[in-house]
Design a protein around this ligand. Structure first.
Ligand SMILES: [Zn+2]
Length: 434
C-alpha cells in the first residue's frame, strides 16, 4: 500500500467523521452534563457509506479506506472486539487481475474489516459463524457499470452493498446484547466487485480456522425489500438449512425464495469452495443495480429492519445449535475425470451480469463486465445464453456448472438468443478473482 493511497483517505476520514465522533464519544473534558447521544441508525450508516465524498468505494481508493475506518469504529461502538490481527486484514490487489487493470488499482491494497463477538460457551466459543458483507463498490464507473457514459460519475452503491455492511453493524449490535454460545465473526469484505478478492484472501488466511467455522452468512443487496420477497441462495449447501429457514419464516412471513447450492455471484462462493455451508441473503435486483442511481433514498428502511431481524434469528440459531451442520456438495457437477483436478469456485471466469429474476429458457444478461471475456467475445445485455461448450444452459445454476468444468484459458463456444436470431460466439475464459 502506498502512502499516496492512505493519506488522502485519512484526511477525508477526519473531515467526515469528526462530528459523529463528537456525538459518540462526547466532549466530556469541557462539559459536565450532556444529553445522551442519539443512536446511529442503519440508514445513517448507509448514508455515510454511500455519500458522494466516498466516491463509490472502489477497492484500494481513499474512499474505500474511509469506509473501512468508519466500519471498524462502528464495529467497536456496538461491542465487537478486534481479532488477533487487528480490525483490518490487508490484501494485495493483483496487478494481473483484468478487473484491477481496468479500474487502475492493481498493486494497491484492499482491506477487509473484521470484528469479533466471542461466544459465551466455554467449549462452543472455539467454533465460529461468519456473517459477511462486502463494502466496496464501483467507484467512478468505467468498470462494472451498467450505465452507458457513466465513466467519471460516482456510483454510490447504497443497496450494493452499503445495505449489507450496515446490516452487519445492526446484527452485531443486537447479538452483543445477548451473546450466543459460539463466536460470531463479522467481516466487511473489500474487492468483491473486482472478483471476490477479499473473501478469496480470507479463506487463504482465515482469522479462525475454517475447520471449526460452521457456516458463512452473506448479506449482499438487502436494502430493497419489495412485496416481502426475500431470496436466500445456498439453502442446499447444508442439509439442515431448508427446515431451519422454514421454521424461522413461520414467524417472519416473508415470500421466501430459498434455493441453490453455495455458488453464486458474491462472497459466499469463496467459502463454499473450501467446503463451508453458506447462505446469501438478497432482496433481488432492481433497475438501479450497478448504476449511478443506486442511492440511499431508495432504501426500504422497514424492510431492512425485517431482514435484519430474520438474519439475527438465523445467526442466533446457528450459533446456539448443539451440533455441526451437514455440508451438501453441489448438485451433479458432471466433472470430466480427464480435465485434471477440480477448481471449485475458482473455475473459469466469463464476466456476465445475469438477470436473476428472468431466465426464459436460458440465462438472460443484464450486461457484461467491462473488459471481461464476455465483453471481448461480443456478449451484451439482453442476450440469452442457452449453451456453453457442450452443456445446455437452461438456468443460472447450469451456467455456473458449465463454467466450473472449464479452465481459465479455454476457448468455449457460447450460444445466445438475441432477438429472433441465434448466434454462436467464442470466449476465451479468464480467471475468477485472478
Ligand atoms: Zn455489485
Amino acid at each position: 500500500m502506498s502512502a499516496r493511497g492512505i493519506l488522502p483517505g485519512l484526511t477525508v476520514l477526519v473531515a467526515l467523521t469528526v462530528s459523529l465522533q463528537a456525538q459518540q464519544m462526547g466532549t466530556a473534558t469541557h462539559e459536565v452534563v450532556r444529553p445522551p447521544p442519539p443512536p446511529v441508525l442503519p440508514i445513517d450508516d448507509i448514508r455515510f457509506l454511500s455519500d458522494d465524498r466516498l466516491a463509490g468505494r472502489m477497492t484500494g481508493s481513499p474512499g474505500a479506506d474511509t469506509a473501512a475506518a468508519y466500519l471498524a469504529r462502528r464495529f467497536q461502538a456496538v461491542g465487537l472486539q478486534q481479532s488477533a490481527g487487528g480490525w483490518f486484514q490487508p490484501f494485495p490487489i493483483s496487478r494481473d487481475a483484468p478487473a484491477a487493470q481496468i479500474a487502475h488499482v492493481g498493486g494497491l491494497t484492499g482491506r477487509n474489516v473484521i470484528g469479533v463477538l466471542p461466544g459465551h460457551d466455554p467449549v462452543l466459543r472455539n467454533e465460529a459463524i461468519i456473517v459477511g458483507a462486502h463494502y466496496d463498490h464501483l467507484g467512478l464507473g468505467g468498470f462494472g457499470s451498467l450505465d452507458p457514459d457513466s465513466n467519471g460519475k460516482v456510483h454510490n452503491g447504497a443497496d450494493d452493498n452499503a445495505s449489507g455492511a450496515a446490516m452487519l453493524i445492526e446484527i452485531a449490535q443486537r447479538l452483543a446484547a445477548s451473546r450466543p454460545a459460539r463466536t460470531v465473526v463479522f467481516i466487511a469484505f473489500s474487492g468483491e466487485e473486482l472478483g471476490l478478492l477479499g473473501s478469496a484472501y480470507y479463506v487463504k488466511q482465515p482469522v479462525y480456522p475454517l475447520a471449526t467455522t460452521l457456516a458463512m452468512i452473506n448479506l449482499d443487496m438487502v436494502g430493497r425489500l419489495r412485496q416481502k420477497r426475500l431470496i436466500v441462495y445456498g439453502s442446499r449447501s447444508a442439509k439442515e438449512f431448508p427446515k431451519l429457514l422454514d421454521s424461522l419464516n413461520w414467524y417472519a412471513g416473508f415470500d421466501l425464495k430459498a434455493q441453490g447450492d453455495g455458488y453464486g455471484p458474491s462472497d459466499q462462493s469463496s467459502f463454499y469452495a473450501v467446503g463451508r455451508p453458506v447462505l446469501h441473503f438478497f432482496t433481488d435486483l432492481h433497475e438501479d443495480y450497478h448504476r449511478t442511481t443506486d442511492d440511499w433514498q431508495k432504501i426500504n428502511v422497514d424492510g431492512f429492519g425485517q431482514v435484519a431481524t430474520f438474519v439475527t434469528g438465523l445467526v442466533t440459531a446457528l450459533a446456539n445449535r448443539p451440533g455441526p451442520l451437514t455440508l451438501m456438495p453441489p448438485a451433479a457437477t458432471q466433472m470430466p475425470a480427464s480435465t485434471g483436478p477440480p477448481m471449485p469456485g475458482y473455475g473459469a471466469y466469463l464476466g456476465t451480469v445475469p438477470d436473476m429474476t428472468d431466465n426464459p429458457g436460458g440465462v438472460r444478461l443484464l450486461g457484461v463486465r467491462a473488459g471481461s471475456p464476455a465483453e471481448r467475445a461480443g456478449l451484451r445485455g439482453d442476450d440469452i445464453i442457452t449453451k456453453i461448450g457442450e452443456m445446455s444452459v437452461p438456468d443460472l445454476e447450469a451456467m455456473t456448472e458449465a463454467l466450473r468444468i472449464h479452465h481459465p484459458g479455454d476457448t468455449v463456444s457460447v450460444v445466445v438468443r438475441r432477438g429472433d436470431q441465434t448466434t454462436t460466439l467464442h470466449a476465451v475464459l479468464g480467471v475468477r478473482g485472478g
